[in-house]
Structures are given as C-alpha cells and as structure tokens.
Design a protein around this ligand. Structure first.
Ligand code: UT7
Length: 394
C-alpha cells in the first residue's frame, strides 16, 4: 500500500502513444510511472478511436475490434450520499403484529430500530436525495454524470427503470440502468462502474442502492418481519491519480438460490390472488451458515486482488444482514481491534442493496471513518450472490 491507496491495480497515466499497445506493455495492470497523457487527450483519443454517443452527439469512428483504445484510468470514489426514511419503527412496534420480543430481536439480529418508507418516499425520491448529496460532496453537477446505475431488488416499475426516474429528477439524460443482484447489487454496480471508468468509456458514474423492502415483507413472518427495511445510498465514481476502487471479487452460489426468494412469485399471484401478496421468504439459518462459510474467503480474495494485506484494512463494511454475521466475519478474518466496523443494522435494519453505502455514510458522518481510509466492502444475499472489493473512502 502507498499513501493509503490501493496498489497493484493500475495507475492513471501512461507513456505509450494512445491506442498503441506496443508503446506501453503494462497498460492493463502495470506501473505507468513517468507516463504523461492528459485526461482530455485520452478522452479525445477514446472518442476518436472507439466512437461514442454522448450527450446527443454521435462520433463516427473506425471499428476498434482487436485494437487497444487507450491506457487504463484510475477509478476513485468522489462522493457519497444517503437517504433514510423519516419513519422510525422500533421492535416494540414490530411486536404489535409479530409473535416475538424486543429482547429476541436484539439478541438474534442486533436490530433495535429500522426505517420504513412512506408512500411519498419512493425509490426515485430516495435515490435522488442520496444522489444529490453524493454529487454535492463530489463537487459535481448532475450534468457531469455519464451514467446512472441503480441497484435495487424492490422496484415495482421495471419498465420505467428507477435509474431513468432518478435521472429525470436530476434534470439529466445520461446512460441509465437498473441492476438487481439483491444485497450484493451495490458492490456489483461499483465493480461495473470501476471498469467503465478504467476503460475510459465514461468519466463519472453514479451508483445508487435503493430499496423499499417493507413493501414485500410479510409483517407476521417470524423469519423476516423484523429484519428488512428501506433507504438509499449513493456514490459518485470518477478517476484520479491513484486507484481508489479495487477489483471486484464476485460470484454466486446459484444452486442454493431457493433459500431466499419472493413467494408467491408475481406470476403465481396474478394467476391466483388467494395465494396472498408476494413476500420475502428466507431459510434464515441456511443463509446464515452459507454466509459464514463463503464470505470470509471472498473477503480475503478481495484484499489480495487489491494487492493488500488484511492488516491494511482500516474499515470493514459487510452487508448489514445480521449483527451476528458481521461479528462472525470480523472473527473469521482476524481483523485488528482498531478496524472500524459498519454496524448500521442496529438502527437501520437490513436494507439489501442500500445497506453498504448507508453504513459507510454513517461511519463517515459519525467521524468513526475518514476520507482516505481503506475500506473492505462485501455484499451478499439473494441469488445467492456475493461481491467484495477494497475502496478508498471519499
Ligand atoms: O440480506 C440477505 C442475507 N440475509 C441473511 O444473511 C440473514 C441470515 N439469517 C439470519 O439473520 C437469522 O437466521 C435470523 C435472524 C433470520 C433468525 O435467527 P436464528 O438464530 O437463525 O433463528 P432460528 O430460525 O434458528 O430460530 C431459533 C429459535 C427457534 O425456536 P426453537 O426451535 O429454538 O425453540 C424459533 O422458533 O427462535 C425462534 N424464533 C423466534 N423467536 C422469536 C424464530 N423467529 C423468531 C422470532 N421471534 N421472530
């Protein structure tokens, strides 16, 4: 590690002539010390070589198949934002309709309160609020964004993606897309954004995680009713002089997917309304054990992929699934006592794809983590899916 930045994952600059792989043999992975290519030149070359559709302008260009479009850039997190719904729901309130107790919920999950969104706090509204804060902290305007990516598994309007609704609210028309990898969705989005930045396809990407899990939670289900909640978190990713977003280590245990799903499915519900509203069903104990078995090795691989050691990690923010899972991961990874650990589940519940940016935001706001700290993020959940990466906090 150098100066709190990630090593072994590429630099921003390069001595090679743009588009000439011979001149810079290390373009993909290596050291580009002493190289000088201005961002504008790189961008111009990428446009000229690759051809892009950007802000309505079409650049005709020669085909690039088999050619190298230019040196890799160094992705960094530039700003972070969050939105927490106004309504705070404590365990006593949950126990009005659930056969449970405050003591059991705290002991088995760590949760004391969670936030549930009102009808007005839509995906787009919460995502836009988080995005505005992230942009402000990055010192950017909405017009600076080339792409808006929204990770969500609870959108009820898939034909009008949340990413497009957020873009419209921000008054912009960039490339936009929703993606669904449930609780790993934010980290998947970060992984995709990293490579889009590295490759020079875009300059600034907004990645949002936003959920309204209260919409699809059966309030009487003992396995899920006290866990799931609502909220949004967002980050802006751009490029800098040193890499601040490490490679994603991602994958799935797809053969175990039936342990966490919506039941009945929407199709089953449409065919037979007597089945009741689609709700999350989780074989909690099985998912818990899977996380304990699988996630530590993903965490180690993510640290290794960033060219670092576990001792280099200042901040650990796993998906806020259950405080007992977080504690288990901290023990398995042998993290030092001075590593700051995300524990936002206590007050926010499990907000799926929003949980990691919300937890990071909380640590920064509370002064427990700081800009420049090296953080290990790991999302995991439905699918079953996982994605981890090391980042430098904005
Ligand atoms: O975000 C996606 C990823 N999600 C996760 O990673 C979540 C993973 N799983 C979990 O967090 C935990 O499995 C839960 C919090 C969901 C459940 O905790 P648990 O310790 O696994 O409980 P359990 O289902 O094994 O049940 C233990 C006991 C049972 O009683 P007996 O058989 O020991 O007498 C249950 O009947 O607790 C009882 N129980 C409850 N008691 C009060 C189960 N649910 C409740 C409840 N209130 N809500």
């Amino acid at each position: 590690m150098e100066d709190g930045r990630l090593s072994g994952v590429g630099r921003a600059e390069c001595a090679g002539e743009i588009g000439d792989p011979e001149a810079c043999p290390d373009q993909d992975e290596g050291d580009h010390d002493g190289c000088e290519v201005a961002p504008q030149q790189r961008r111009a070359a990428a446009v000229a070589t690759a051809g892009v559709l950007r802000h309505g302008a079409i650049f005709a260009a020669a085909p690039i198949i088999g050619k190298n479009a230019g040196p890799m850039r160094a992705p960094i997190l530039e700003g972070i934002g969050a939105y927490r719904p106004h309504r705070v729901v404590d365990n006593a309130e949950v126990c009005q309709w659930l056969d449970s107790t405050d003591e059991w919920i705290r002991e088995r999950s760590g949760i004391r309160t969670r936030r549930w969104a009102s009808p007005e706090e839509t995906h787009a509204m919460m995502g836009t609020a988080a995005a505005r804060e992230a942009l402000e902290r990055a010192g950017l305007e909405p017009e600076d964004l080339d792409m808006v990516m929204v990770a969500t598994c609870t959108s009820t309007q898939p034909i009008w993606p949340v990413a497009h609704q957020v873009s419209a609210s921000l008054g912009i028309e960039p490339a936009a897309m929703d993606l669904n990898v449930t609780c790993a969705g934010f980290c998947y989005g970060l992984g995709l954004a990293r490579d889009l930045i590295r490759g020079g396809t875009v300059d600034h990407v907004l990645v949002i995680g936003v959920e309204r899990l209260s919409d699809i939670t059966d309030r009487t289900d003992r396995g899920t009713a006290f866990i799931f909640a609502d909220g949004a978190g967002a980050v802006v990713i751009g490029s800098g002089s040193e890499t601040g977003v490490g490679p994603p280590v991602w994958g799935s245990s797809a053969k175990r997917g039936e342990t966490l799903l919506l039941s009945p499915s929407y199709a089953e519900f449409i065919a037979d309304k007597d089945l009741g509203k689609p709700s999350i069903r989780m074989q909690g104990r099985r998912v818990f054990h899977w996380a304990g078995e699988t996630i530590p090795s993903v965490a180690r691989a993510a640290v290794e992929a960033a060219g670092m050691q576990m001792g280099d990690i200042d901040v650990f923010v796993p998906h806020q699934a259950n405080q007992r899972i977080t504690d288990l991961l901290v023990r398995s990874l042998g993290l030092d006592d001075d590593v700051v650990v995300g524990q936002d589940i206590v007050d926010s519940g499990n907000t799926s794809s929003a949980s990691i940016p919300l937890a990071v935001h909380r640590l920064l706001a509370d002064g427990k983590a700081h800009s420049g700290d090296v953080a290990l993020l790991i999302g995991f959940g439905g699918g079953l899916s996982f994605c981890g990466q090391v980042v430098v906090l904005p």
